[in-house]
Design a protein around this ligand. Structure first.
Ligand code: ADP
Length: 256
């Protein structure tokens, strides 16, 4: 079973600069594109979405992710966003089932991320589209944020897809912050060289490490099955559909 892993950035479905602000038309457009991909190209998809201004704002408002009320609120807001995404998918006829990240992921004492993936595997075999989201998880040390990016990388070690797709709100990875004049889109990004690229989001609120962390997880989770890791613009019409169907789209290819 060839599984497609698509991470949809919080920046694509929410306005990251405005608290709890949804880009509802993007959510519906993306759901439509995924429904087309489901109909014409692939029944086996794991979709993971980020928190955007639902997750990041709540974390900043609470100032911690360890206290009981913080945990409950952050998870509640993420679940709220997740239900909107899952509803939109079902509205377009995609049999999408959301699995609570905090119920199936756990960080052990050594920092290893554990995942109870059997239910996902069984659902995928039934042509169900699996939906997960960046969330708070529990672990041997304490509760912590688990980014959608790390979920995507981790699941690639379990389901061995040939590609991981990261949809974000810019065309890919630039040689410096894309807001800076003269910045240039990189066709290929070598993970080992990412340390030297400026990737600070000056305007946007991000508690999961932004673009740099998205790429650096590859150091830990790269596996021999991976042929392509693509960072591309999920705001561009039909890019998500095309990427899921294996057509080439503009973006940056991440290599070891
Ligand atoms: P998402 O929410 O889609 O996962 P992030 O907000 O984590 O995405 O990262 C995307 C953002 O990273 C872009 O909006 C961009 O402004 C910022 N960014 C900073 N530096 C870079 C860079 N060198 N190349 C690409 N994007 C960058």
């Amino acid at each position: 079973m060839l599984v497609n892993i698509l991470k949809i950035g919080g920046s694509v479905i929410t306005n990251k600069d405005v608290e709890y602000s949804l880009k509802i038309s993007e959510v519906y457009r993306i759901a439509y594109e995924i429904s087309k991909a489901y109909k014409y190209c692939t029944k086996h998809m794991i979709l993971i979405h980020g928190g955007g201004s639902f997750g990041h704002s709540t974390v900043i408002e609470h100032g911690n992710v360890e206290k009981p009320y913080s945990i409950a609120q952050i998870i509640w807001f993420m679940k709220e966003l997740n239900m909107i995404v899952t509803d939109a998918l079902n509205a377009y006829g995609v049999p999408a089932v959301s699995f609570d990240t905090h119920a199936i992921f756990y960080r052990d004492f050594d920092g290893d991320l554990k995942c109870f993936y059997k239910p996902l595997e069984k659902a995928l075999k039934k042509d169900i589209v699996v939906v997960l989201f960046g969330d708070i998880i529990f672990g041997d040390r304490d509760a912590e944020i688990l980014s959608g990016d790390e979920i995507a990388w981790k699941l690639s070690t379990i389901f061995k897809p040939s590609r991981i797709l990261f949809a974000t709100d810019v065309d890919g990875v630039y040689d410096r912050n894309p807001e800076e004049p003269g910045s240039r889109l990189l066709e290929v990004v070598r993970i080992s060289e990412v340390g030297s690229v400026d990737m600070e989001s000056r305007k946007k609120v991000d508690v999961t490490g932004g673009m740099k962390a998205k790429i650096l997880h590859g150091l830990r989770y790269w596996n021999s099955e991976l042929r392509e890791v693509l960072i591309f613009n999920g705001l561009k019409k039909d890019f998500i559909f095309k990427a899921l169907c294996g057509e080439s789209v503009l973006g940056s290819r991440v290599v070891l």
